[in-house]
Design a protein around this ligand. Structure first.
Ligand code: ZN
Ligand code: ZN
Length: 263
């Protein structure tokens, strides 16, 4: 049946990604309330009620804002590691104790999809990314991290498709209206990946066999889709790749969902 992937929304105002093998339907993060998420999914022919589980990367608002309304309206199981669940509990005042699985860190199966979390370097209590094995394809989700550790790269290399953060352009960040403190936070090892960092990782992924990269979590303030795409494109071309032929490069944005990618 293949794997189907759609980044429904991506950025600091709310993140949500749909991944399915036609049997098991999952969301990664739910930073959009029901009222916004339902029509985005419906536009792709998916009902929110058909979702079998939601995986949570970390407790920042743009990743969890919809969990409460989804929990109230639908009975969809939510999964997070213990420290993240406790932190969401404090922020949203929802009982997150049933979200915790003892096998979370080591990886687990949700229906027909294998879920493998990995630690990321970010200013959250215990943030993670995910690799999912979906009908034999490896799909990885790696946003909200200050840099790609060797552990993260080992986890995501060889993925068929990677949703990869390209948060900011360094010049736009430096010349923008963010205060210096916030700029420092974004650039730090526990902040967000710049376009240049994303391009380095994209190249390493391409060398590892990755065939599709969706750049994500772009800052609306300090980046543009054209810049993020251009930096990655140039680095791939310079190194002998032919984007559009041997690797597909896409950009996810805050307000327009990506097409449904099928692998
Ligand atoms: Zn975020
Ligand atoms: Zn974050």
């Amino acid at each position: 049946m293949g794997a189907r992937i759609c980044v429904l929304a991506s950025g600091s105002k709310g993140n949500c990604t749909y991944i399915s093998d036609g049997v098991t339907n999952l969301l990664i993060d739910a930073g959009l309330v029901c009222k916004r998420l339902e029509p985005l999914l419906r536009a792709k022919g998916v009902e929110l009620s058909s979702i079998n589980g939601i995986l949570v990367t970390h407790e920042h608002t743009d990743h969890i804002m919809g969990l409460r309304s989804i929990e109230t309206k639908y009975n969809i199981p939510i999964y997070a590691n213990q420290r993240t669940a406790a932190s969401v509990d404090i922020r949203l005042h929802v009982n997150t104790s049933k979200w915790i699985r003892n096998d979370f860190e080591s990886g687990f199966k949700l229906g027909t999809i294998q879920v493998i979390p990995f630690r990321t370097s970010h200013d959250a209590v215990n943030s993670v990314g995910f690799s999912l094995i979906v009908d034999g394809k490896k799909i990885s989700y790696v946003t909200d991290l200050g840099y790609v550790t060797q552990g993260v790269f080992n986890a995501v290399k060889g993925s068929d498709l990677v949703i990869l953060e390209a948060n900011h352009d360094l010049k736009m960040l430096a010349n923008g209206r963010y205060p210096l403190e916030l700029q420092a936070r974004i650039k730090s090892n526990t902040g967000h990946l710049s376009n240049i960092q994303a391009a380095e990782v994209a190249l390493a992924l391409a060398k590892s066999g990755t065939k599709c990269i969706i750049l994500a979590h772009l800052s609306e303030e300090n980046n543009t889709p054209e810049l993020a795409w251009g930096v990655c494109y140039d680095s791939l071309v310079k190194n002998g790749f032919n984007p559009g032929k041997d690797i597909y490069l896409m950009v996810a944005t805050q307000n327009v969902s990506t097409p449904m990618v099928t692998l």
